[in-house]
Design a protein around this ligand. Sequence first.
Ligand code: TRP
Ligand code: ZN
Length: 875
Amino acid sequence: MRTETPQPIRLSDYRPPAFLIDEVRLDFALEPSRTRVKAQLSVRRNGEHAEPLVLNGERLKPISVAIDGRVLGESERTIDAEFLTVPDVPDAFVLATEVEIDPAANKALDGLYMSGGRFCTQCEAEGFRKITWYPDRPDVLSRFTVRIEADRSFQHLLSNGNLIEAGDLPGGRRYAVWNDPFPKPCYLFALVAGELDVLEDKLVTMSGRTVDLRIFVDPGMAPRAAYAMDALKRSMKWDEQAFGREYDLDLFMIVAVRDFNFGAMENKGLNIFNSSLLLADPETATDLDYERIESVVAHEYFHNWTGDRITCRDWFQLCLKEGLTVFRDQSFSADMRGEAVQRIKDVKALRARQFAEDQGPLAHPVRPSSYLKIDNFYTATIYEKGAEVIRMLKALIGAEAFRKGMDLYFERWDGHATTVEAFIACFAEVSGRDLTDFFAWYEQAGTPTLTVKRRYDAAARTLELELTQSTAPTPGQPTKRPLPMPIRIGLLDAEGRTLAFERDGQALDETLVVLDAAEAKVTLTGVEREPVVSALRGFSAPVTLVTDAKPKDRYVLLAGDPDLFNRWEAGQDLARDLMLARAAGRPDEVAEERYAEALGRALADQAADPAFKALLLALPTEAELSLAMKPADPAALHAARDALRLRLALHLGEQLKHLHIGLQQLGEFTPDAAGAGRRALRNAALDLLAANPRADVAELAEGHYRAATNMTDAIGGLNALMLVGGEAFEAALADFFERWKSEPLVIDKWFALQARDPSEGAFGRVLGLTAHPAFDPKNPNRLRALVSTFSSANPARFHDPSGAGYSFLADQILAVDGFNPMTAARMVEPLGGWRRYTPELGELMKAQLARIRAHEGLSKNVYELASKALGSDED
Ligand code: TRP
Ligand code: ZN
């Protein structure tokens, strides 16, 4: 048991830094187990008070501390596990320190560590303090000059900014000096050293400057960086066109590393990527990989302006850079791949991750007000809901004012660390709107429920819409206020034709209603026929929508809503209700047939985009269904979803087979949206067919696997074989491993696929895989492929009534926490929702959380999440 409870950090305690650093000079003598770091900081007091100098520093072996050239004696400074304190310092001085660190022993993957024989860094959020003593906070911005020295076998020595000089040294060593002219907080510092291949390109910016682009990868892998390079160039051009933002240095570099806690990192001029989000070719990467590479390359590049040039005053402002940058990457992806399809995928992800977060004990606002470990706040709420808030802001003030507000933000805050308030103030200023109420979206946690009820008066031809909103309490926020919600609304008639109407005397096809109170009534006039209401088009606010729509209305929307998001949503609503009815023991077979027929008609629509049809075919996931069933019974939901899938497979079997044949790849593989959309639909058809495991389906799946010329189809075939089960699956699984055993990113897929297997005996296989020679929990990709896929994408097996799935996860979390707390903490979430499940399951989940929390030597990271997940309801 822990004796002391760690103390939270609070937003209200923010104080400006007591000292500023104008210039930093770092000197690295790289050795895997004994790296020496010298730092020279030009320090200046910020303010009147004679405060002591307190610098962060952890896991550092002190060598020396000097001020203005004089080495301090032991009595003149104190060094503990977290800080270097010098009580007596002048107002301006040069601090010179030297420490020794051990990158080879660093399995936490923050600070300076080794991956695949190379040195690399990860400093966000608080990794820099594991490299040297420094005010490790985002509001201290300095100009960095970095000298790196290493054995000559470390061919490339990289850091932020521009290369100033480089060369060989006696004794088989080499060095390089980098200078970054842009002041930055230390979390954006990066260093990479090692043997790497490089893919090079150039881009001419809007003002005519030529920027060198370099992507560094494992030797032999340069061709697999071509797609990332293409995505990078498109991102750079897009940011010029969409936001007027030009790249600022002469060089932009990306490095791919295999061992990385997150997806990627926006270090100034030197982005570091998890190799899974950078390397792709048709044979080893799926379309989903390509899509994610495109969006993450864009995301990290866009951070150059929203994150690097303008950064966060403190970590409570994390959404200032993350929510905004996700909004920017989503807008880019929409332009690249089609707005509707992109929107549907973004909303699916939001619901799966963020809505679940909001319904559990870890619910928090987009801008939280306290934390123990900031690493735990890189959440779906900060990122995805943070992006939704920006999207609403744009909807509320209009695209033009939004762009003006962004321009003002860039102009006013360039080179500074700032706050969400300062950001919103820019939009209030340019639009002349009072955005005080809007700010509540940042401060209030929870997913609001929006209810839309209609009353049509045929004689008066008016439609009255009654809108209400409410938000359930979340931890620490028992009462909630109404939020300003932009709600896009259109009308259809019973035949699915757009129904025009008038609002305040204006003739319209669609209107934006802003609900800014708990309830409001909106009257639409000139409504010629009884309407079907298409509410919350494009998912214009991140809420749970409840309407009085009847199934027949949903069928109208599914067949013909011009808003493709709501067309898709209507299908999801119908399917969700059917599955929930089954799970509750009230199957409606007539309604299921009707749904299958409607789906068949939608699939036959020649005008519809295959990518969109693939989304129509995918039923809501069990995880999503579990949010709508109280208490959630995973076994019942799994059975219900399987049953509906079987009905669809039976009803649509011939049509699905035709689709499968008709969509066979004819020409060259292209990773673009069109090619990916066809493969998505073909694989979705096969996936549904596999719900009916007949011999001919098994044959089809096997043929699909054997004939695959790209990874999307190989995984699609393997997945279908898994659902059918039996010898053919075992053989294909073995074949796949043999073929790809030397490709770590592909073997991750092999682990993940088995972790998703919903069949009865699959848990035993997962357990067995932890002893597989290729399983390595020190590599986060491999760990997550097996363990997190199992706990988040296989509810049927994870929620085994015995509790075996839960104790397996707890074992893994505790083992990983011993060396990588950041990654261990990110595995806790699936247990967090324990209150939503049936009491028997909830108790078993809670027992594992209690076991985790009581563990000797637990990290702060896991402690925070386990104790918050247990809540006040603990024993
Ligand atoms: N800033 C990164 C991004 O969103 C996220 C990130 C990468 C991160 N690595 C991290 C956050 C390590 C915390 C810790 O692009
Ligand atoms: Zn980011």
